[in-house]
Ligand binder design. Structure first.
Ligand code: ZN
Length: 217
């Protein structure tokens, strides 16, 4: 057993996505050897994160308002949602920001986004599931009242087992939109084939992702 100060930090790092107790312990021993000024820099970066980064109230993307020099009123809305040159009739649903970045890199997509979140700990995590459910319900209400009318929802979710089950769940939730009356119905599509099965979207190369976007159905 390590001294309690070390043990406590190991437990904190172990809660990070994909980090197990062994890697967490490596981080802690790395920090012990790190000079004080680097530690100060790390502490400041973490507190800046909470202070400066905002979550968009529409799409849940994280952004830094000052960086984009947005007006006071627009501060709660991210640059994608407040950009009038983007196509506001289509929403692309991604699990996390890294997937959004991967799609942006293709330069193929000019619509809106929606960051679902909660997939790093798994959809079956009850706490996260409820959070996702609330977010999706709010999105459905927003789509119903959208102006201009949102006509298409793209599910850009990993083709992993977990991703597939999230897609299935989303399809069921969005059924109410897809089955709305003529002129009001929303097309629900998934990324086309080509993405490696069991593959993670953020690691797909730009060309593969571009063609998956093009061949959505
Ligand atoms: Zn946004």
């Amino acid at each position: 057993m390590f001294p309690s100060t070390i043990q406590k930090l190991i437990e904190i790092f172990s809660k990070f996505p994909t980090i197990g107790p062994r890697t967490a312990a490596r981080f802690v021993f790395y920090l012990i050897e790190t000079p004080n000024e680097k530690i100060e820099e790390l502490i400041k970066s973490i507190s800046d994160l909470k202070e400066k980064i905002k979550i968009c109230s529409f799409c849940f993307n994280s952004f830094e308002p000052e960086f984009f020099e947005l007006g006071k009123k627009e501060k709660e809305i991210c640059p994608f949602c407040s950009d009038n040159s983007r196509d506001k009739t289509v929403v692309c649903i991604v699990a996390k920001e890294a997937d959004l970045e991967a799609i942006e890199k293709t330069k193929q997509y000019k619509g809106l986004y929606f960051v679902l979140g909660g997939m790093t700990t798994g959809i079956f995590n009850k706490e996260k599931k409820e959070e996702m459910e609330q977010k999706v319900d709010a999105l459905i209400e927003r789509i119903k009242k959208s102006e201009p009318k949102i006509k298409e929802i793209i599910l850009a979710i990993n083709s992993t087992v977990e991703g597939e089950s999230v897609c299935f769940w989303l399809q069921r939730k969005f059924k109410i939109l897809a089955c709305a009356g003529e002129g009001d119905s929303v097309k629900i599509v998934q990324l086309g084939r080509g993405l490696p099965l069991g593959g993670e979207l953020e690691y797909a190369d730009e060309e593969t992702l571009s063609s998956a976007l093009e061949n959505r159905k």
